[in-house]
Design a protein around this ligand. Structure first.
Ligand code: PHE
Length: 386
């Protein structure tokens, strides 16, 4: 006998509880029967779909489904002193059913997502079936990290600028104070676009090797004060391995105003590193060289794996090669020569720039041991960031 909602005479809590349990038992039994039936190879997908729909309507249809009948027969009929308990029982039934029916519908969906080979031709053309819901993806860890870094600087009043990935020699090198044939160009492992030899050097196209050209583009179009971060993809002729990828991402920062000093640079980057890696992280500025900054520095942070001690688990810390420090980014005061290219007056303004590799920061933040994982599209890796 299929289940029908009983009329109640006893509205005590225990009687209501019994009625609820009985309803749940009946539902589960019927649901299992429907699932069993739906496995029959003789039924078409449309018929299976109908089976689930009928079942859903029997229990949930707004006008006369069992859930509605429960409301009518148990709550409305309850005498004044039984209303409270009846109300609770009815709510319980409704919530429980809400939770159960999607489960059944999911089963229906699995059936509908069988491969075309498993379906008949007629079924494949049934355009009345609801679509298959695609699972929502996760933000890619590189983009997620990039957004986090950008957010840190947005909070400091920086805005965001972008530039082209295919650049001219002028923006990638010359205006950044890399003269033609300067050895510093060799450090950039540049990928050049073919067939450019007929053009003057400064107009030849290449894949940008860093986001620093956006510094120049920004200063060309706005006067100081400037505070921008420039996130983007960059390219270098590097063979892929665990720590190198020919494509990666950088975020460049630039601040130009009157009276900007190295102290501002230190304070800004120290704040940013603490925001990204935790307030106990220390920073250290190490002399370095970039053609477009003078003085230049590499920024190191205290090793987040060994807390800066250089030892971990009784041995040397592998992550910082026992030094207690990890090198993270390049920076410096904008070289006055650069201002000459963008029509800024080096006697009036000063500023700093910095550039960081996004993958490198993501690797440290998430403990990833191979940069290739970011790019080969394995969902088992990516879904961990969902
Ligand atoms: N553009 C430099 C690089 O990619 C990094 C950098 C940016 C250094 C800004 C100093 C200032 O190597």
């Amino acid at each position: 006998m299929p289940y029908t909602v009983p009329k109640l005479t006893d509205f005590s809590e225990s009687a209501l509880e019994l009625a609820v349990t009985e309803l749940q038992r009946a539902f589960t039994e019927e649901a299992n029967a429907v699932l069993e039936q739906s496995k029959s190879p003789r039924l078409s997908l449309v018929q299976k779909g109908n089976l689930f729909e009928e079942f859903r309507n029997r229990w949930q249809a707004r006008k006369s489904g069992i859930a509605t009948q429960v409301n009518d027969l148990w709550l409305r009929e309850a005498p004044r002193e039984g209303k409270r308990a009846a109300g609770q029982a009815v709510n319980k039934v409704r919530w429980w059913l809400e939770g159960q029916v999607p489960e059944i519908e999911r089963n229906a969906m699995v059936l509908r997502s069988q491969t075309p080979a498993q379906r008949t031709r007629e079924e494949r053309l049934d355009i009345t079936l609801p679509g298959i819901r695609r699972v929502i993806g996760a933000e890619h860890p590189v983009i997620k990290t990039m957004n986090e870094i950008v957010a840190v600087f947005r909070n400091l009043g920086y805005s965001v600028e972008e530039g082209p990935e295919v650049e001219t020699d002028y923006y990638n090198f010359e205006a950044l104070n890399f003269p033609p044939n300067h050895p510093a160009r060799d450090t950039q492992d540049t990928l050049f676009i073919v067939g450019q030899e007929a053009k003057p050097l400064r107009d030849r196209l290449l894949l940008r090797t860093h986001t620093s050209p956006v510094q120049i583009r920004t200063m060309e179009k706005m006067k100081p004060p400037v505070r921008v971060v420039c996130p983007g993809k960059v390219h270098r002729n590097d063979a892929p391995d665990a720590t190198h990828s020919p494509i990666f991402h950088q975020i460049e920062g630039l601040a130009v105003d009157t009276n900007i000093t190295f102290c501002d640079l230190k304070g800004t980057l120290d704040h940013a590193m603490k925001a990204l890696f935790g307030s106990s992280v220390k920073t250290r500025f190490y002399p370095s060289f970039f053609p477009f900054t003078e003085p230049s520095a590499d920024v190191q942070i205290s090793c987040i794996f060994c807390g800066g001690k250089g030892t971990r688990d009784g041995g040397p810390c592998r992550n910082c090669k026992a030094s207690g420090w990890i090198e993270l980014l390049g920076c410096g005061m904008v070289d006055p020569n650069v201002y000459g290219f963008v029509d800024y007056d080096p006697a009036k303004v000063s500023g700093f720039a910095f550039g960081m590799g996004v993958e490198r920061i993501a690797i440290l933040k998430y403990g990833v041991d191979d940069i290739q994982l970011f790019f080969n599209g394995d969902v088992r890796f990516l879904e961990q960031f969902g």
